[in-house]
Ligand binder design. Sequence first.
Ligand code: ZN
Length: 184
Amino acid sequence: MKILDIRVLGDPVLRKETTAIENISDDIKELVSNMFDTMYAAQGIGLAAPQVGRSERVAVVDVEGARHVLINPEVIETEGTSRGEEGCLSIPEIYGDVTRPARVVVRAQNEDGETVEIEGTELLGRCLQHEIDHLDGKLFIDYLSMLKRRSVMSKWEKMKDDYPGFVRKVALELKGTHHSEGEL
Ligand SMILES: [Zn+2]
């Protein structure tokens, strides 16, 4: 079990495009396992590689027992729209409403290299889209209105010094009273 440092808003890795994984090596399998450990330790429901400083196209999610490894995921179908609150392990304690498709079908490979299709609505649908956005260098705050985004950024300005070098130490965080439920 290895808990990785989570990179927070301001780290350029969060804005970097990821590269497709061609070979699911032992290194990738170890990364996936460490990402699950990190996500659970931080009480998140999803985590994408850039959030732990990596630029491979991989994310993990666990929403209400629906546990998925997403290697090279892509959204292949969307339907409807839904508005709901999101947070992000890389932008602690900041929340905002985001409008997204209400239902998505995602095609990805699992850690055995098998192609899987995952249908998600409600929280799972939202989480899948949020994580795939991370793999494209996109963050949920990008969807907020100019006004809301400005207020979020001024709040973040006051908090960001808690994360020197854009690093969030998860094990230390757990001793505090942070509310990370629902952070993706
Ligand atoms: Zn996130």
